[in-house]
Design a protein around this ligand. Sequence first.
Ligand code: SF4
Length: 305
Amino acid sequence: MRNLSGLERQFLPRAGDLVVQPGELEDPIGDLVHSPEFRFVHRYPDRLLVLTTDRCFRYCRFCFRKHWTGRGLARFEEEDRQRLGSYLDQHPEVHEVILSGGDALTLPNAQLIPLLQIIRDRKRLVRLSTRLASLHPQRLDSELLSALERLGGIWWLHHVNHPDEIHEGFRSVVRDLFRAGVGQVSQSVLLADINDDPEILLELFGLLAGRGVKPYYLFYTDLAAGTSGWRLDLEDALDIWRRLKERASRLVLPTFAVDLPGGRGKVEVEANLLRIIEEGWVFQAPDGSEVLYPRAGVLKRVRKT
Ligand code: SF4
């Protein structure tokens, strides 16, 4: 069999995918706990997350939102847009709307552009979280680019995990977005046997920063059901992170973060890890309370030198 790229391997099933370990959750980051209305997740006062569609260009085996993706909700229609407009009118504390799913860029322009318009009419920032540049760069057509330029106030969040994803199509998306005045950052997930190596991460973040895309977040893999084969032991993950930190400036380094289970919030791993116990890792949540991130669900230990 030919060697598969670091991108292709993210979509290949692994033996552990069908095994739900103790501690793994259907809704690992607690979307449902913070959902005041269907499709809306209001976890932080100033940010509203919108589940625009359940469709993605391809389905990552380590997906943290398996409870939502691929369920037949691949449209965001006028009724949804009106509901969103009303919600924003009633919640002036929301300064930013994060369009996620699924992948909002799988929506046709006829649904996506009016959705962006509703948000920009209300002067809120938009964050578009997407794997478009890696998986379907030709989707960024001239109609969408013109709309992004006209509307302004849009930040593009590239989900990208491996240097193999920075192909010519990816680079062309980055160039076109900058020409249209769109700000660009990236987020990555730390994945066993994909990017669990400081050299690979350094190359990835260097390639992004070299093109003007600021590496924003590196996430510890969420406790989604059936993802233990993709998750590192947290101590191994911290070891990789510390070795990375020794070699990279803040321009190149993202924030290494973890979403605490049960919707308890996102925290920096190193700064918020209080202690390590047999059952797992105890973190300080944003509200000051302590949260256990269970060790269960880590099938393998990977320690590379
Ligand atoms: S693109 Fe995001 S939502 Fe879609 S399968 Fe991958 S991780 Fe899940």
